[in-house]
Design a binder for this molecule. Structure first.
Ligand code: AGP
Length: 608
């Protein structure tokens, strides 16, 4: 998604903005631009392509002197990637500039109205409407112009706005798309996300929906869209500055894979007290938990895959029916939510538009929503009734690993808590489950340290065309995530299939040498999965098996076996996914793909 950085202060703005935008590249983009006020006018430079192009064009910002400005990296929604469609957009006289992350849903109507009034548009974007609408309302009072525009537009926005004849101020505004502001002794900052300004300040303000910020060189004021001044509390970011850097790893994804032991421990430990599970953030009494009749898990992508595992674990341990929905489906299928239902939304970024919409739909129907979220202060975190944070820290690689692993353990904790209070788990079983949970971080570390075996295997499949992942039950959920990891970072076609489903069609695709990764971590399904492996082998497949150390029988059916340490079958996903993450990573590296910023993808999909 788009990235926004703004600055006003006593330093040159352009280098600060370029530096900030470079920390937001992970959000995915296809063009970049800046608007800088040079003391007399607003100068704009923007171009399609990587941020490096803009840096070269402006000699690292030197060719754009000035101490206030706004910058943007654009992930195209309305209008193809091009210099003209890149942000900032501006009014005809060039006295107003705006950068925007989000979608103005009524832009066509507004564009027609403005065109009828004689305004001329040069781009295909929805954002340009904002520049001309600001021009239309601006009569010398910038705050008034901004708030009038915000009353007219529908949709989502995070904005940076400059007015040439109010050059001592820069404005920011937000609705649904993430935005923060911050301050240090050299000035004030706007950013889409913390990494952009972390080197300048750790004290940030999360801009809430329909709030406007007026930033000056030495202070900021916050307003509602009705121009009422409001007070906000700052949040101190305790992330280690390196946490948003690669810390010596070749890619953020590898760094974040290796952070999974810590991520899992950080998510587990605060919630295990005196050999019991305490999830205070649920804000629910044991009676509330016992009253839950059904759980709806709603998410996208890998978060959805974690939800599929959550279904098996919650139904298995707590005996509560669980329905898992893709958020993009949930919000449009008029879902049936009945009395006693609880909705759980899962989101790493906390900004995924479809998941946020599903949350709002559920709340609008009067149902409480629990958010399992990684980003503190994100939209989903702030709109959910209760939030269970995954404490994975900033995840920069587009392909999620550590946040996904944290989502899994959050769901294990929820399942065990529900199972215990509902009398479905006896004390002995509970103690055993806790013991297995506590072992996960070390077991993940062990698998990561055995990466060479999977790395060698991956190198053999850099040229693969189709790869299938199969499994039954939780193993199917693991297959879904293993397949997505390979697809999204190596661009190799892959499918995950419920192993019992192969014979209903997909097995026709198996040819000599086709790689089939069979996941088999559920003891009561070992034999069934082995028979599916035999089926595909009989048609020429090469079978990689990921299974538990006890399952030696599988060696009769597999060509290559990766063993995972013993754990409770409900938690096996947390271990089996590690070799599959490494497999996707090393295939991607072997193909020379952009591992951290795969083509067409964004870290946070804040549009539909
Ligand atoms: C994960 O590797 C993908 N990049 C993507 O599927 C992601 O999980 C999905 O977009 C949901 O994002 P969220 O967790 O931030 O809501």
């Amino acid at each position: 998604m788009c990235g926004i950085v703004g600055y006003i202060g006593t330093k040159q703005a352009a280098p600060i903005i370029l530096d900030g935008l470079s920390k937001l590249e992970y959000r995915g983009y296809d063009s970049a631009g800046m608007a800088i006020y040079d003391g007399e006018q607003i100068n704009i430079q923007k171009s399609v392509g990587r941020l490096k192009v803009l840096e070269n064009q402006t000699r690292g910002g030197e060719s754009m002197p000035g101490m206030s400005g706004i910058g943007h990296t654009r992930w195209a929604t309305h209008g193809a990637p091009s210099d003209t469609n890149a942000h900032p957009h501006f009014n005809e006289s060039g006295t107003i500039a705006v950068v925007h992350n989000g979608i103005i849903e009524n832009y066509l109507q507004l564009r027609k109205k403005l065109t009828d009034k004689g305004y001329k548009f040069v781009s295909e974007t929805d954002t340009e409407v904002l520049a001309h609408l600001l021009d239309y309302y601006y009569k010398g009072n910038p705050l008034e112009a901004v708030t009038k525009v915000l009353h007219r537009v529908e949709g989502s926005y995070a904005l940076g706005i400059m007015f040439a004849d109010c050059s001592d101020q820069v404005f920011a505004a937000r609705k649904d798309s993430p935005l923060i502001v911050g301050q240090n002794e050299d000035g004030c900052f706007i950013a889409s996300d913390v990494p952009a300004i972390l080197k300048y300040t750790r004290k940030v303000y999360y801009v809430d929906n329909q709030e406007v910020v007026r930033l000056r060189a030495d202070h900021m004021h916050f307003y509602t869209v009705d121009e009422e001044e409001i007070k906000k509390e700052a949040v101190t970011i305790d992330w280690d500055a390196n946490a948003a850097e690669k810390a010596g790893y070749e890619h953020f994804m590898l760094k974040e894979m290796y952070e999974q032991p810590k991520t899992v421990a950080d998510t587990l430990n605060p919630r295990i007290k005196d050999n019991d599970i305490v999830i205070e953030e649920l804000n629910m009494t044991d009676d509330d938990l016992r009253a839950i009749k059904k759980i709806h898990i709603v998410a996208c992508g890998s978060a959805y895959h974690a939800g599929v595992t959550g279904k098996y674990v919650i139904e298995g341990l707590a005996r509560i029916p669980v329905e898992v929905d893709l958020a993009s489906e949930f919000r449009y299928r008029d879902p049936i939510l009945e009395e006693g239902a609880m909705v759980v939304v899962i989101s790493q970024s906390g900004e995924t538009a479809d998941t946020l919409a599903a949350l709002r739909e559920s709340k609008a129907r009067g149902f409480k929503v629990l958010g399992i979220v990684n980003v503190v202060g994100s939209s989903i975190a702030r709109e959910a009734d209760n939030v269970m944070y995954t404490w994975a820290g900033p995840e920069i690689a587009v392909a999620t690993t550590k946040a996904y692993s944290a989502q899994l353990v959050a769901l294990y904790l929820l399942a065990m808590k529900l199972g215990k209070v509902r009398g479905k788990i006896d004390d002995e079983t509970f103690a055993s489950l806790l013991g297995d949970l506590r072992c996960l971080p070390d077991q993940i570390e062990l698998l990561l340290n055995n990466k060479l075996k999977i790395q060698k295997f991956a190198n053999r499949y850099v040229g693969a065309k189709d790869v299938f992942f199969i499994g039954r039950g939780i193993d199917y959920a693991i297959s879904l995530e293993g397949s997505l990891k390979l697809k999204e970072i190596s661009y190799i076609h892959s499918e995950a299939y419920a192993a019992g489903e192969l014979k209903h069609g997909t097995i026709s695709l198996i040819e000599e040498g086709t790689l089939v990764a069979a996941v088999s971590t559920q003891p009561d399904l070992y034999a069934k999965t082995i028979s599916n492996m035999v089926e595909v082998k009989a048609r020429g497949a090469f079978v990689l098996a990921v299974t538990c150390e006890e399952n030696k029988e599988i060696e009769k059916a597999a060509d290559y076996v990766i063993y995972i340490p013993e754990t409770n079958p409900y938690f096996a996903n947390s271990l089996a996914i590690i070799p599959l993450q490494l497999f996707g990573y090393y295939v991607s590296v072997g193909k020379g793909c952009d591992v951290d910023k795969p083509r067409n993808l964004a870290k946070s999909v804040t549009v539909e």
